[in-house]
Structures are given as C-alpha cells and as structure tokens.
Design a protein around this ligand. Sequence first.
Ligand code: HEC
Length: 144
Amino acid sequence: MKFLILLFFIHSPLIGHENMDLIDSEVVQERMISMQKLNKLMSLANKKIKKSQLDDETVDIFSKIEHIFIDYPSLFPDDSFQGVTKASTDIIDNRDVFNALANEHAINAGLAIESVKAEDIDQLKIYFNKLYSSCKSCHSRFRN
Ligand code: HEC
C-alpha cells in the first residue's frame, strides 16, 4: 500500500502531461491497429487467391482493405508524431503525396473487388500485387 501511495506521488506531477500524450496516442493506436488489420486481411486475401476462391468473402476482404485506406489519412493529425509512432514527419510536409498513396491503395482495392466479381483471377492477381508493392513504397518514404 505504501508503495502504491509513493508511486502515485512520483507520477502525479506528470499527470497533466500524460493525459495529453494519451489523447495523441489514441489516434496513433488506432492507425497501428488498422495496419495490423490490413496485414491480416492481405494474408487472408492471399489464401483466397491461392485457392482461386473468388466469392463474397473475398469481396468483403477487399472492401475492408479499401475502407482502411479511405480513413487512413485522417489518422495523422499534425500533433501525432511524437512517442511510439514510427510515422515520419515527412507526412506533414507532403500530405498530397501521402494522401495520393493511400488513395491509390483504395482504388486498387476497388479494382480487386471488380476483378473478384468478374471472376477474373489474372486481373485480381495484378491488383493484389499492386496493393503489395504500395505497402513498400509508402513505408520506405513515410515510415521511420
Ligand atoms: C499510405 C501509406 C501506407 C501504405 C500504402 C501502407 N502503409 Fe503500413 N504504415 C504506414 C505508416 C505511416 C505506418 C507507421 C504508423 C505509425 O507508427 O504511427 C505504417 C505501419 C504499418 C505496420 C506496423 C503497425 C504497428 O503495429 O506499428 C504494419 C504491419 C503495416 N504498416 C502494414 C502494411 C501493409 C501490409 C500494407 C500494404 C498492404 C501497408 N502497410 C501499406 C503507411 C502506409
């Protein structure tokens, strides 16, 4: 108990500051979670393609991928580049480029959906590969 009280006093001068960090880190947390989801969705999509399963579930996977990238640029407010984040401050200075990359990703996901609906596996593979290469192009420029 004494230890807990001591801990409280050690930390109390920082409380105001910590609350601010919490607000910032919520959005950072949110964008990390959306990337982790994206990672899982991409491997699910890969499995579907390998099994040539172009069904409603596959459409659903790509539409989730599409939505992640429609929302993604809004998760980088100017004050969210401190602490645990690996996002480069380059995003602040080059929002046009960053938003265009996210948009390109959303468009490719949309075209992947069209390919699934048309049951065109070759075309689907093309858009899936495009999705994969845009991970690298965005990370190499905008992730530290
Ligand atoms: C438009 C740019 C952009 C694209 C496209 C993009 N990412 Fe990211 N990604 C980022 C940024 C920026 C971060 C770092 C975010 C942070 O730490 O605040 C990140 C972080 C991540 C992380 C780490 C998440 C964590 O827990 O810290 C994973 C995993 C990831 N991305 C996977 C992917 C995959 C897979 C793709 C492609 C299918 C992809 N990303 C496409 C910008 C992008």
